[in-house]
Structures are given as structure tokens and as C-alpha cells.
Unconditional design. Structure first.
Length: 251
């Protein structure tokens, strides 16, 4: 009988930290650049397991998120696809300048669903193709990088009439995946996450400006402690392993 009481007391005491852990748990509302969709899902799962905080993820183009946040959209953190938008938001009072940091450096890739269609040097761009998909350069940094690449190669003016523009990098990949475009400029992370055959060319860095992807704490988070914890976690060793696994470089 005494042993049973002791065991019951031990169980009760051992659950107290766990109850406190969940009682303090909050929710982070994160606006995430579409290219980072798969990595952030894995990081958010790890973060929740390690801290008890949950993360509500929304994906889209950085340009659209900027407009939505400026108009009062309820987000706590922004994981952008560039470094200019977070800096701009900090200057406009939409984010905390002290919290801004580069969480990943993106890589651009030319991808086709067709095996062998894209060669290792990207010469397919100078051959005949029907449609090329890129993200809208005004909304998506990877779209701007695609335009810069084509300009560097002296091909922009010649291919403009055959370009299909996506609102985000996710839609851009979908165009090539569904056959609405022969090939697409997308993020390397998207092709790493994508199963099945295909062909690709990782675009040399000197052809476009570096895609430094910055995160920032927004001006009015609903749970500042949870939001700050998520951004801190994004800098940590576990998150870094995931980020590198999906083809990103680190600052």
C-alpha cells in the first residue's frame, strides 16, 4: 500500500514540469517565403517538440506578404526570400530592426520535369523551347534572380515573349510540373524536396545577385516570447542541419 502511494506521488510530481511546459506554450504566426515551405515544416515540427510552442505557417511571395502585413495581416514573424523587404519593414515601423538576421542563402536552379531536357550547363535556354516559367520579379526575389540570370546571359529580350509568370515560386514550379511550361527557374530547395525524375542546372552564383533570405520579428506579435523563441531556434544547430539539407548556404 505504501509503495502504491509512493508511486502515485512520483507520477504526480514528474508530470508537473510537463504541465508547466504546456501551460506556457504559445503560438507563432509565421509568414514564410514559398521556397522555404518544406524546410520550415520540418523545423516547426522540431521546434514544437522541443519547446511546446506551435507554429501556424502561411506560404506565399515576399512581395504579397509585405502588402498584407502593411495592411494589418496578423503575423508575428516574416521569413522573407530576400533581405531588402525586412529592412524596408523595419524602417517603416512594421518590424524590429534588431531582430533581423539572414537565416539562409538561396540558390537558383533551372528545372524541367523531362529527364535529360536541361543539360548541365543550361544550354537549353539557347535552344528551342515553348514556355519558360519564372516567378514575378516584382513580387518574388527568385523571379528577380531569374531575370538577372537571363540578362547576364544576354537572353532576356529574346525570351520575354515565351515567359509564363507565377505569383510565387510554388506556382512557378507548378507550371513546369503540369506541362504549362517546358522548364522553370525555381529554388534549388524545391527540386531537392521533389520526388521523381527531372533534369536541372544549378545556376552559377555570378549570374545573379545573392539571394540572402532574412527573418524579422514583426511589430505587434501576439506572443512575443514564443515568436522570439522561434527566431532563436531558426539560428540553432537543429534548424541549420535542415536548412543545409535542402541546398541552402549559410551566411
Amino acid at each position: 500500500m505504501q509503495l502504491a502511494k509512493l508511486l502515485a506521488r512520483f507520477v504526480a510530481l514528474s508530470t508537473l514540469p510537463l504541465l508547466a511546459f504546456h501551460a506556457d506554450a504559445g503560438e507563432v504566426r509565421a509568414a514564410v517565403a514559398a521556397n522555404f515551405t518544406v524546410p520550415v515544416q520540418k523545423i516547426a515540427e522540431q521546434f514544437q517538440a522541443d519547446t511546446g510552442h506551435t507554429v501556424k505557417l502561411s506560404y506565399g511571395s515576399t512581395g504579397k506578404f509585405y502588402s498584407q502585413i502593411k495592411n494589418g495581416a496578423p503575423f508575428d514573424v516574416l521569413l522573407a526570400a530576400d533581405d531588402e523587404t525586412p529592412k524596408k519593414m523595419a524602417k517603416e515601423g512594421l518590424g524590429d530592426a534588431a531582430s533581423e538576421f539572414t537565416y539562409a542563402i538561396g540558390k537558383l536552379v533551372l528545372w524541367s520535369k523531362k529527364p535529360g531536357y536541361v543539360d548541365a550547363a543550361g544550354h537549353v535556354l539557347q535552344r528551342g523551347f515553348n514556355k519558360l516559367a519564372i516567378a514575378n520579379p516584382k513580387l518574388a526575389p527568385y523571379g528577380l534572380a531569374a531575370q538577372e540570370t537571363l540578362e547576364s546571359l544576354g537572353l532576356w529580350s529574346g525570351v520575354k515573349g515565351r515567359i509564363v509568370m507565377g505569383e510565387s515560386i510554388s506556382q512557378t514550379l507548378q507550371f513546369a510540373d503540369t506541362g504549362n511550361a517546358d522548364l522553370a527557374f525555381v529554388a534549388l530547395s524545391q527540386t531537392i524536396a521533389k520526388p521523381g525524375p527531372g533534369s536541372s542546372w544549378v545556376v552559377p552564383q555570378h549570374l545573379y545577385n545573392s539571394i540572402r533570405q532574412d527573418a524579422i520579428l514583426l511589430a505587434h506579435p501576439q506572443d512575443k516570447l514564443a515568436a522570439e523563441a522561434f527566431l532563436k531556434y531558426l539560428k540553432g544547430a537543429k534548424a541549420t542541419l535542415v536548412i543545409k539539407a535542402y541546398g541552402y548556404a549559410m551566411p
